[in-house]
Design a protein around this ligand. Structure first.
Ligand code: NI
Length: 224
């Protein structure tokens, strides 16, 4: 399941992000590539002072981790600090799946979901779609600046070649409290139904029944 997370960053926040990014250096992305990715990865990754990186992460991740769609659809247990990547003309990232375990010793986590936050406008570049293989065929994703997409880390995906302009994204990975994607999707759908009922019929019997079923399914299926 691909999930769009809308409006992670607003226009003002994007301006701040662009200001931070313009002060940073970008280096060959192969330096951080896992074994599966190294042959197909052709992009640039941001390298900057710890202080600037911390400010940038506070802004981008601070907004992402409070987003209700993110919280309900991912049920996150652990999330990594993001990479900031740039794709200039001619750059792409060929088909791969993401490494199953990431993070330094002592902070390892399993990658259940991958997230791309689009940081510049789709009008700023041609090509550069995130292309994800799903059970229902290939899905091509290119979102407005400030929106994010979340997809299973184990699905084959690539970034199509940028044929003009520049594509700037933040990418990160997370371990979910609910390992099974089908269970996670059911919980997400049920949380949506629960939110509608809480909005329209707060205090009614059906609201309590659905809400209790949701809460106890989370208890049944989650691991920390
Ligand atoms: Ni990837």
């Amino acid at each position: 399941m691909l999930i769009t997370i809308p409006d992670v960053l607003d226009k003002k926040e994007l301006d701040v992000v662009h200001d931070f990014i313009s002060q940073a250096n970008f280096v060959d992305g192969k330096l951080s590539a896992g074994s599966e990715a190294i042959d197909v990865k052709n992009n640039l990754e941001m390298q900057t002072s710890d202080q600037l990186m911390a400010q940038l992460n506070n802004l981008v991740m601070g907004k992402l981790v409070r987003h209700p769609v993110y919280l309900n659809a991912a049920m996150p247990a652990k999330i990594a600090s993001p990479f900031y990547a740039k794709y200039s003309k001619g750059m792409q990232y060929g088909n791969h799946i993401d490494d199953p375990i990431m993070g330094p010793a002592g902070q390892r986590y399993r990658t259940d979901l991958s997230i791309t936050v689009f940081l510049n406008s789709p009008e700023d570049y041609d090509g550069g779609e995130l292309v994800v293989q799903t059970a229902y065929g290939e899905q091509r994703v290119k979102l407005e600046a400030g929106n994010a997409v979340m997809y299973p880390s184990g699905s084959t995906h690539r970034v199509a070649e940028v044929t003009s302009g520049e594509r700037i994204v933040a990418v990160t990975w997370l371990q979910s409290m609910v390992r099974d994607p089908a269970q996670r999707e059911l919980l997400y759908r049920l949380s949506q139904a629960r939110d509608i009922l809480l909005d329209k019929s707060k205090g009614e019997e059906e609201t309590e029944l659905v809400s209790n079923a949701y809460i106890n399914l989370v208890r049944m299926w989650s691991d920390l």
